[in-house]
Design a protein around this ligand. Structure first.
Ligand SMILES: Cc1cc2nc3c(=O)[nH]c(=O)nc-3n(C[C@H](O)[C@H](O)[C@H](O)COP(=O)(O)O)c2cc1C
Ligand code: SF4
Length: 463
């Protein structure tokens, strides 16, 4: 490293490894493990040993805080089976064990309280004959997953499920909760002008569309008080029309700024925002990267009977010409910037919320794996910290790498191929990018990859 490079690196390290003080939570640096769902648990929503091992990998690797994977507040709000839930007090002991494992490494743990609404990929046998609860009766536009507009009683029931989820997270000794208000799940379905077509108090104006989540925030505060960390993952922009330009655009940045101001709720509401974008999951902007066509064809088949559009999508994905066109279109809609894809949005949100209440912090997600990009975003005021997903799957010890260099060695970076995402529909979560693994032959690389993916089951439940 030249003297200039060393100076720059020290500057980056100072920005990234400075502690971050939220209103009621302090973390040791600016690196958060973003939400990463994997099917590690029991079918009935009780947590498993693999999840303990999984979360500990990142805590050991040096992140300041882990934001959990999608944690359903009710069975009806599940997106896939075998995710640990928080729908009952009987789940508290498991989450206490997760918190204790992670805390051993001076790492905090936030639980992402979630409800699928209509965006339920494989909801399991309990949900098979039910339409997904939503703000609308319209099917989801991507897979055609069926929806049912919620009644007032159902809204009140789900608000309470979120509140009880937060109470349980606090009882488990966790450090806070995050509302999954982004990427097309139930809270987005209420917030988005492109999805919410109600004509009662929960639809129409921004204030009405935000009523559902504001009721959740207030119910959570009633249960856990003001001193328990509460943040929300938001879509800065919905880009609801990015796959099908003829449908409504959904929320723009101005709408989101108004929603954020509402959720600060005069200082009694949320403590931080976690900025993402895209009103469905996946979306060309989230997780920003590629569509691994071979994996799409191999693993999307499990969803064929789920939605009215899944067979149509599958026909496109498995057609050699149409799939190439779809891939080209997906990449074009994503754009050329992957690392820091949400930075400009995050900056607008950070400036707006600081103007209302400087104690509210902002995290940004999307592609971060290099010190200069992370430190640049923090120094520029675009965010107070970054939430990293796939680059941490690829390199669990990314924080340690960033302490000594600008990023992973050549050939070891996350390639943003999204093979982890597609495999996640049926296989254990892990990095499935063969090119990242050492070996002289395909078989050697493949064996190393499988060994790494399977390492989450070690140590095993029974010794
Ligand atoms: C396999 C996988 C699972 C994910 N699960 C969740 C989730 O449960 N909740 C959520 O809010 N985001 C989820 N995400 C999105 C990530 O948290 C993150 O915001 C996104 O991937 C962009 O960050 P990255 O480029 O660092 O991966 C997931 C992403 C991947 C690849
Ligand atoms: S499979 Fe590996 S390299 Fe590809 S996006 Fe996922 S973590 Fe990154």
């Amino acid at each position: 490293m030249s003297a200039d490079d060393r100076f720059l690196h020290e500057d980056n390290v100072a920005a990234i490894f400075a502690p971050l003080q939220f209103r009621h939570l302090e973390v040791k640096n600016r690196l958060f493990r973003s939400n990463l769902s994997g099917m590690f648990d029991d079918y009935n929503g009780h947590g498993g040993n693999a999840r303990l091992n999984w979360e500990e990998k990142f805590a050991e690797g040096g992140v300041a805080c882990i934001i959990s994977s999608y944690t359903p507040v009710a069975v009806r709000g599940r997106i896939l089976t075998r995710y640990a839930m928080i729908d009952d007090d009987d789940k508290i002991p498991f989450w206490r064990a997760v918190g204790e494992r992670v805390h051993r490494h001076d790492c905090k743990f936030l639980m992402q309280l979630s409800h699928s609404g209509r965006q339920q990929d494989l909801g399991g046998v309990e949900n098979i004959y039910k339409r997904g609860l939503s703000s609308t009766d319209k099917d989801d536009y991507f897979h055609g997953l069926p929806a049912q507009a919620m009644t007032r009683d159902e809204i009140a029931e789900v608000v309470e499920q979120f509140a009880q989820g937060a109470r349980r997270a606090r009882a488990a000794g966790l450090d806070g909760v995050e509302l999954h208000g982004a990427n097309g799940y139930l809270i987005t379905q209420f917030l988005s002008s492109g999805i919410n077509d109600r004509n009662d108090d929960y639809g129409g104006s921004i204030e009405n569309r935000a009523r559902f989540v504001l009721e959740i925030v207030r119910a959570i505060r009633r249960e856990v008080g003001r001193d328990f960390h509460l943040q929300m993952k938001v879509n800065a922009v919905d880009h609801n029309d990015w796959l099908y330009p003829w449908i409504a655009k959904g929320n723009d940045l101005d709408d989101t700024l108004k929603i954020c101001r509402i959720l600060i709720d005069g200082g009694d509401g949320v403590d931080a925002f976690h900025v993402s974008s895209g009103s469905t999951f996946p979306h060309p902007r989230n997780p920003p990267g590629d569509l691994p066509l071979r994996d799409v064809v191999r693993w999307y088949d499990g969803m064929l009977s789920q939605g009215t559009r899944t067979r149509f999508n599958y026909a496109i994905f498995s057609n050699p010409v149409l799939s190439r066109f779809f891939l080209w279109y997906w990449r074009w809609r994503r754009g050329s910037v992957i690392e820091g894809i949400n930075v400009a949005y995050s900056k607008a949100i950070a400036e707006a919320v600081r103007a209302v209440d400087p104690s509210v912090k902002v995290l940004c997600t999307g592609g971060f794996q290099h010190a200069d990009a992370i430190a640049g975003a923090i120094r520029d005021g675009a965010c107070d910290g970054v939430a990293i997903g796939r680059p941490l799957i690829a390199n669990n010890d990314l924080p340690l790498i960033l302490e000594r260099s600008n990023g992973p060695a050549s050939g070891k970076e996350c390639t943003y191929c999204n093979k982890c995402l597609l495999n996640d529909l049926e296989n254990p979560l892990g990095c499935y990018e063969l090119s990242r693994y050492d070996g002289a032959t395909f078989d050697e690389k493949y064996d190393r990859m499988i060994a790494e993916v399977m390492s989450v089951f070690s140590p095993p439940t029974f010794h």
